[in-house]
Every structure is written in structure tokens, then in C-alpha cells.
Design a protein around this ligand. Structure first.
Ligand SMILES: Nc1nc2c(ncn2[C@@H]2O[C@H](COP(=O)(O)OP(=O)(O)O)[C@@H](O)[C@H]2O)c(=O)[nH]1
Ligand SMILES: [Mg+2]
Ligand SMILES: [Zn+2]
Length: 394
């Protein structure tokens, strides 16, 4: 890859490590690295450093990903062969540097892994200082990003809607939950000067993901930070087309690629696009991935001990418990129960239960399902015999 191409792709988030992988693929000479901006049922929206393009993964690539329990996600880097007419043929995916994943129900009673986004440098956790404010939810989002090894920044939005004492109190409580050194800011997401406050994290080539519940202000932030001329019909883009003062002179501001509106028009399923994840370009140069609220955020902690990384206070105190195998529930002499606020301990147990349930093997899950079914049948039969109906079960 020559320097010009790398520079162009770096502007949309390509790192040296990912660029290095491109050389490893002895594939089609036409294939070019592109970044996934959006994932739709029928196609991908891609960017090649110059333009947006439509792409479609080949059946071979889809099969390969499925075998590895993987799927294409926003933020991924792929190799695609341009086609006339579109869509481009997406033939490879570069191994992501990281992925944010959660567990979702597969509709058959089992949990499957869902990749939310790939290749992110930082997570902006967005929470309103109004009724949205909820520390237990924040803890869950923190766990999600720390499991993926992604550094968090907390943005408390709607600072303009709360009285100063409440703001100060909520700011302090949230700060206590965050890992040491993680920035916490109270902001008005609509304030155009936000770029000035956030620019240390918004440098060219970086990728950030916005996470938080619906209504927290993620799309508002995206619009405030988005490239001035990247007008998006769906996302009530800031009215003023000009960059805020202090940024106009920034040499890099104009180097950021732009998202055009054209591709947005015939969005599939006629859904509002903010209901899906999408990658945008900011004026200071970083890529930012807007996400919808995750109504059910189940962690993808394949191994319950992974939670130790998230609840480092539990891990730190556990050796002081009287019993070596203390579960920090009702055992006497439990140092964890003594020290931790009950709500945090409660959340720890809840997340641990989820992780245990999700780490059942397929066989264990089938066995458990069989037990539940048998119980259901037994209950059904009991109810029937009470009503005096014949029992037809074998
Ligand atoms: N007053 C105020 N309103 C905000 C702020 N951030 C977002 N909003 C409003 O909150 C509502 C939800 O914002 P939106 O960005 O769509 O939330 P999302 O679901 O997280 O994308 C919108 O009406 C925004 O105008 C803020 O900092 N202050
Ligand atoms: Mg939104
Ligand atoms: Zn204990």
C-alpha cells in the first residue's frame, strides 16, 4: 500500500496493524480495503477513503465468518472488488483489533453472540443527567467495554437541564464508578463548542463508539461533532453549516472525508437509520459510530472469571474473605459484602449469573432445555388431572 492510499484510509480509521494485514491476503489484484459504515440485510455501506460504495459479501466469505461464529459489523475493514454496476464484491474481512459483543437470544432458547462494532479505540458512554441517569446501567456498559479492552470516556449529557447541586452530585457518583483516569464530562450535547472540549479524543485516524440508552443524546452528539457538510437527512444535522470558531482554522478539519446524503434515500425496511449502527466522520478527524440504545445488554463473558477484570474491587477484596471459595452471598466473614455498596454487589451477582448461564455448553443447554420441557409437561399433566381430563402424554 503506498503512502497516499494509507493516508486516505487512515483518515477513515485504518491503522498500521490493519494495513499490514492487507499484504497478507494473496487475493484478487482488484481488491481494495474499505471500511464498513453500515450493515444492512441486503448490502453493506462501505467507504474506500474517497467515496461511499455499496458492497455485498460473497457466499464464501459469509460461510467462512459463520464457521468462526463471526459476522460483519460496523467498523470492520474488508477487501472488496469494485463492480460496475454496484454492489462491490466483498471477498475478505481483516481480523479486527477488537469487537464489542453482547449475547442475544437466537429465538430457540439459546444465546448467540452478536458483534456490535469492530475496531474501536475508545467508547464514549453517553448518559443523561436527567431521568436517564442510572449507575447500574452505566456499570453494565462499563463491563461491556472493559471486556473488549476498550477505554471508556463518560459523557453526561443534558447538563443544561439540571440544577447545579444535583449535577455536581451525579457527576461525583458517576466518577466513582469509572476506572481511575477515565475522563468524565458533563455536557450539553447540542453545544457547538463541544468539538473544542472533546478534540483530545477525536484525532484523525481514531474510531470511537457512542453507547447509551435510547434518548441519552448519542445522535445529537454525532450531529454536533459530524463533519459540517456531511448532511444526513435522518439525523437532524446542525442547522449552521459552518464549523464553530476555533475549528475553522484547523488544517485537518477539511481533510476528513464526507458522508453524502444520496445513499440514505432508499434505506431498506424504511426504518429510521438511527435504529442501526452507523459510522460517521467528525470535524476534528475521528470516526464515530452511532448506535441505538441496547434494550437488553447481556454481556458476552464466555468465562465468568472475565468479570474479575470489570469488578476489580471484588477481585481485590476476595482474598480477604474467610472462605477461599467464598461466593460473597451469605458466607460469614465475607470481605466483599462488608466493603461493597449493596447495589454494586447485587449487580455483580446479576452479571455473574448471566455469564454462567451463557457459558453453558450446547450439550448442557440441551439437557437443561429437556429438564424444563419435562417440568412443563409434568405441570401440564397435573393441571389436567386436577380438571379430570385424561392425560394424553406418553
Ligand atoms: N437539553 C438537552 N437536550 C438534549 C441534549 N442531548 C440530547 N438532547 C435531546 O434529547 C433527545 C434525544 O436525543 P438523541 O440524540 O436522539 O438520543 P439518542 O437516542 O441517544 O440518539 C432529543 O430531543 C435531543 O434534542 C442535551 O445535552 N441537552
Ligand atoms: Mg439515536
Ligand atoms: Zn466473600
Amino acid at each position: 500500500m503506498n503512502f497516499d492510499l494509507f493516508e486516505r484510509l487512515h483518515a477513515i480509521g485504518l491503522t498500521a496493524a490493519l494495513a499490514h494485514q492487507v499484504a497478507d491476503f494473496q487475493t484478487d489484484p482488484d481488491a481494495r480495503p474499505m471500511r464498513v459504515l453500515e450493515v444492512h440485510r441486503e448490502h453493506l455501506l462501505l467507504h474506500d477513503g474517497t467515496d461511499e460504495r455499496r458492497g455485498r459479501p460473497t457466499p464464501r466469505l459469509l460461510g467462512q465468518l459463520a464457521v468462526d461464529d463471526q459476522a460483519l459489523a460496523v467498523g470492520d475493514w474488508v477487501l472488496a472488488c469494485p463492480q460496475q454496476p454496484a454492489p462491490d464484491r466483498v471477498i475478505e474481512r481483516l481480523t479486527p483489533s477488537n469487537q464489542l459483543c453482547r449475547r442475544v437470544n437466537d429465538g430457540r432458547g439459546a444465546a448467540r453472540r452478536q458483534v456490535l462494532v469492530s475496531n474501536v479505540d475508545m467508547a464514549l458512554l453517553v448518559m443523561g443527567l436527567d431521568q436517564d441517569y442510572n449507575l447500574r446501567r452505566l456499570e453494565r456498559y462499563l463491563a461491556l467495554v472493559r471486556l473488549a479492552g476498550v477505554a471508556p470516556v463518560l459523557l453526561l449529557t443534558k447538563a443544561d437541564t439540571v440544577e447545579l447541586p444535583l449535577l455536581a452530585h451525579r457527576l461525583a457518583s458517576a466518577r466513582e464508578l469509572m476506572p481511575a483516569g477515565a475522563p468524565v464530562l458533563a455536557v450539553d450535547g447540542r453545544d457547538a463548542s463541544l468539538c473544542d472540549r472533546l478534540w483530545p479524543w477525536l484525532g484523525r485516524g481514531r474510531t470511537l463508539v457512542l453507547l447509551g440508552s435510547s434518548g441519552a443524546g448519542k445522535s445529537t452528539l454525532t450531529n454536533t461533532l459530524a463533519h459540517a457538510s456531511a448532511g444526513r437527512s435522518d439525523a437532524h444535522v446542525s442547522q449552521s453549516g459552518s464549523p464553530p470558531e476555533g475549528l475553522a482554522g484547523l488544517a485537518r478539519a477539511d481533510a476528513a472525508p464526507q458522508r453524502t446524503q444520496s445513499v440514505r434515500a432508499g434505506d431498506d425496511r424504511g426504518r429510521h437509520t438511527t435504529t442501526v449502527r452507523s459510522l460517521h466522520f467528525t470535524r476534528p478527524g475521528a470516526c464515530i459510530i452511532d448506535t441505538p440504545g441496547l434494550r437488553a445488554l447481556r454481556l458476552d463473558a464466555g468465562d465468568p472469571t472475565q468479570l474479575d477484570a470489570v469488578f476489580d474491587d471484588v477481585a481485590r477484596l476476595a482474598p480477604q474473605c474467610r472462605f477461599r471459595d467464598c461466593r460473597h452471598q451469605d458466607e460469614p466473614g465475607c470481605a466483599v459484602r462488608e466493603e461493597l455498596p449493596p447495589q454494586r454487589l447485587g449487580n455483580y451477582h446479576k452479571l455473574l449469573r448471566e455469564a454462567r448461564r451463557d457459558s453453558l455448553t450446547a450439550l448442557e443447554r440441551r439437557e437443561q432445555l429437556a429438564i424444563w420441557k419435562a417440568r412443563g409437561r409434568a405441570g401440564h399433566a397435573r393441571a389436567k388431572s386436577k380438571r379430570g381430563e385424561p392425560n394424553q402424554d406418553p
